[in-house]
Design a protein around this ligand. Structure first.
Ligand SMILES: CC1=C(CCC(=O)O)c2cc3nc(cc4[nH]c(cc5[nH]c(cc1n2)c(C)c5CCC(=O)O)c(CCC(=O)O)c4C)C(CCC(=O)O)=C3C
Ligand SMILES: [Fe+2]
Length: 375
């Protein structure tokens, strides 16, 4: 009898994240890691470095991942799920390769991977799969056993991801002065990416303009707006806008930018705005700088009341969602039929990225997909 609470075949969970600097001396080497081989203009790097120096050279992301690790371990222990949890990053210590080496040495052979990005896109999905392939190649070259890694599906529409954000938007609305509250605009934000990357995101030919990346964000925005309507009785007007654009100015990226959009809303007479950063799993530097610093200053200049709603972070409902995703995938791998929790119009995302999903500009090996060179 196969128990749906069993993690088998998985023997460990890996939290896979971006990484960030932990002090002023880390900032430049961190940015060099992030932009290795990608031709980000030096001007942009200097500017991004300044954002980190404003906060003492410390990105909030590592602390948030430590809090998420604690929340996951607590949730697993409270629910009798015996599955060790490890953490590795793309761009800073603890580095992914070091973590996978440690996991292999600890005897783990079948690893479930949770990336701290909820949506499809090259940066949020395939690039993590490329990082996994690079690290597995190092283990192979060192003569270590190469574990099998399975990346858990995109969780943008999992209730444990959406519901904490609904609460966040409700709290921000409640925090606005009463006279502007019901007229407020809900402005959902996510990381801008090149329009070419957005259009190609997700399985080939599955979506129109903007690809899976935009479609998934729109689905989450609609879910939040609908939940807010149920709870407040107000059908708020809303938009999806973008932030944190980089890259050369002549290359089109997703628009409008949040700051330009605030100007437009102000000139349209919108009395207040809630900015909801649904593209981010926790309060990354993009949230602290681009929204809480830059966009908030822009709103103050315009005399427009704004609030920024909470990201999911280490919310216990998100930790429970991760447990659900692990057990769902474990059951699937054991050949069992199991409910796949998902809200909205798009349904649960695929387990295994098909060939050509979220393509890179230059093809590189990627693990945990149909085109993986590893089992
Ligand atoms: C879609 C997306 C996510 C969300 C999905 C996910 O979470 O993975 C994300 C997350 C993050 N991006 C981050 C930081 C940076 N991203 C950069 C550059 C870029 N991001 C891009 C996209 C995304 N990025 C793109 C298309 C570029 C340009 C090309 C490239 O370089 O790929 C650069 C270089 C300088 C610059 O151009 O701004 C930095 C420093 C941090 C850490 C923040 C912290 O420290 O708290 C996090 C969580
Ligand atoms: Fe980024």
């Amino acid at each position: 009898m196969s128990d749906l609470r069993e993690p088998a075949p998985y023997d460990a969970l890996l939290l896979l994240s971006f990484g960030g600097p932990e002090g002023p001396d880390d900032v430049v080497p961190f940015l060099a890691n992030v932009t290795r081989g990608r031709g980000i203009p030096e001007e942009r790097l200097k500017e991004v470095g300044k954002h980190y120096f404003l906060f003492g050279g410390v990105s909030p992301i590592n602390g948030q991942n430590r809090a998420l690790l604690d929340a996951l371990r607590k949730d697993f222990a409270d629910h009798g799920l015996d599955l060790p949890v490890y953490w590795g990053n793309r761009n800073w210590a603890p580095y992914l390769t070091d973590t996978l080496r440690e996991m292999a040495r600890d005897g783990h052979r079948r690893i479930a991977v949770l990336a701290t990005s909820a949506y499809a896109s090259y940066s949020g999905c395939r690039q993590y799969r490329e990082n996994l392939a690079e690290s597995l190649a190092v283990l192979e070259a060192e003569g270590l056993p190469v574990p099998r890694v399975d990346k858990l599906r995109h969780y943008f529409n999992h209730p444990g991801f959406v519901e904490p954000m609904v609460d966040g938007v409700l709290a921000s609305l409640a925090d606005l002065p009463e006279d502007v509250r019901t007229g407020a605009r809900l402005v959902f934000t996510t990381h801008s990416i090149p329009t070419s990357a957005a259009d190609a995101s997700g399985p080939p030919e599955a979506h129109g303009d903007g690809g899976a990346y935009v479609a998934e964000h729109l689905d989450v925005a609609r879910l939040i707006v609908e939940a807010v309507r149920e709870r407040t009785g107000v059908a708020y007007s809303w938009q999806l806008v973008y932030q944190s654009r980089s890259g050369a100015p002549h290359i089109p990226w997703l628009e409008p930018d949040i700051c330009e959009h605030l100007e437009l809303l102000c000139s349209d007479g919108v009395p207040a705005v809630v900015m909801a950063p649904i593209g981010f799993v926790s309060d990354h530097m993009e949230v602290l700088y681009d929204l809480d610093t830059e966009a908030t200053a822009k709103a103050a200049e315009l005399g427009l009341p704004v609030r920024r709603s909470a990201t999911v972070g280490a919310d216990p409902r998100f930790a429970a969602a991760v447990r659900d995703l692990v057990l769902e995938r474990a059951a699937t791998e054991r050949g069992l039929d199991r409910e796949r929790c998902a809200l909205g119009a798009l349904g649960a995302s695929h387990d295994l990225c098909p060939v050509g999903c979220c393509p890179a500009r230059a093809a590189r090996p990627a693990a945990a997909g149909a085109d993986s060179p590893y089992a």
